[in-house]
Design a protein around this ligand. Sequence first.
Ligand code: NAP
Ligand code: MG
Length: 497
Amino acid sequence: MNDAPGNRALADRIRIETRAWIDGQAVPAQSGKTFVTLNPATSALLAEVAACDHADVDRAVKAARRAFDDGAWSRCDPGKRKETLLRFAALLRQHGEELALLESLDSGKTIRDCRNEVAHEVPHFFQWYAETIDKSFGRVAPTGQGTVSMIVQEPIGVTGLIVPWNFPLLMAAWKLAPALATGCSVVLKPAEQSPLTALRLGELAAEAGIPAGVLNVVPGLGEEAGQAIGRHSDIDMVSFTGSGEVGAYLLGYAAQSNLKPVGLELGGKSPFLVLEQAAITDSLIESAVMAAFWNGGQNCSANMRQIVHRRHRDEFVARVIERVKAFVVGDPLDPATDIGAMITAEHRDRVEGFLQSGVSEGAQVLLGGASLDDNPGFFLKPTVFDAMTPDMKIAREEIFGPVLGMITVDSDEEALRLAVDTEFGLHASVFTQNISQALQFARALPVGTVSVNSFSEGSVATPFGGYRRSGSLSRDNGLEALAQYQQTKTIWIDLES
Ligand code: NAP
Ligand code: MG
């Protein structure tokens, strides 16, 4: 494992692909336009990337449709599709270190997290879904002796995948892997702040033997490339991870075009509950701080609202503060760094706006958030608020930054009441040594994932998605994710006519 100078030397040698990948080729935008992506840790220009618009999206959709219709991927032998996707996973693993460095440069995420997410988890996702391909069966319905009624799943067709910047390649993999496994063709739009790792996918997909046109990557602005995907009448479904605001636009685009289904994974304001019968262990404290500060809090399932029973308040506060003080904020390429840069200067300023609003509404700052002195990068130190009340802006709106807010309660009933008092429903963590109570809370919380005595979003095998305004009925991950990219057909045969 390299130290920071070693990583920097490797990073300097990385080849950066800036073109779109359409129909098996790296191409500039037809307009010739580009947009810039910065290194958030230095604010330096990293690359000028093809700014795709509706013309490029249309070209990608035509290629994806042709590839879908010719059947070389969508109807090929399942064993062959599996082997090809496994080869893709192996190539991603082989290029894992390079992709991890590129991700860190482009997004300001720590190299430690990038190694885990990009070099390890991303290939694993493709491998896991590849393994499902030759193990998926249809069903025969019980319709009696005179008929046979087969229920089969078919790939939905051309899919549009739009992803955010907080886990750039991982969010893409969450959607690409099941979409490709089912036989769909794909048009992927990465976020404008972090497009570079996705742009390396095309070449590796071609090398693995995925036919031209099956996987297309169109970098560009949301209002242009993203909107063009949302409105395209020959895209059969869209799967989106990002903000509720853009999710709502996509529902509108679908309504105004071809009524395509839209899978939504949106934001959250997830609670972390320390109940009366919790044991305040090192593991609980580690969960609490990671729930708030992992990825600099730029996490849809960040548990920023920490609701703590009064019995544990003093010990919890003291141990959280001690642990947070040990966080290293700074150079993302240094393996010792815990919190890298915020994605953009605007986003850092937005988070600072939340800090000011917390103070002006009366929350108490136990540990102060501020930018790093004399640093051109977009860094923000972690903040811990005490005396947060449920009506404050910082308690209601998604901050998406390194902020932990504490609400002290006098009973577990009050904790539950506050936990559900939100329009979101992505995730919740519940800490108690009472297993019956843990299950009662898990059932009562209207969220897509509940972690008991841990902070975990699950694994590739477990579905992830939101209740309420945190998402639609679709789920990423697990076997459930396959359903987004498939439609169900009934084949009804009369045996007696
Ligand atoms: P965002 O602004 O909604 O952007 C997400 C993607 O949508 C980007 O690729 C963006 O392009 C694109 N986009 C923007 N405007 C568009 C438009 N009019 N039509 C089509 N696409 C458009 O979200 P973000 O700020 O990048 O990400 C943070 C959000 O994602 C948070 O709310 C977070 O909670 C959520 N999130 C949810 C999950 C989950 O699984 N539930 C996981 C991670 C993040 P540009 O890059 O050009 O803006
Ligand atoms: Mg960038």
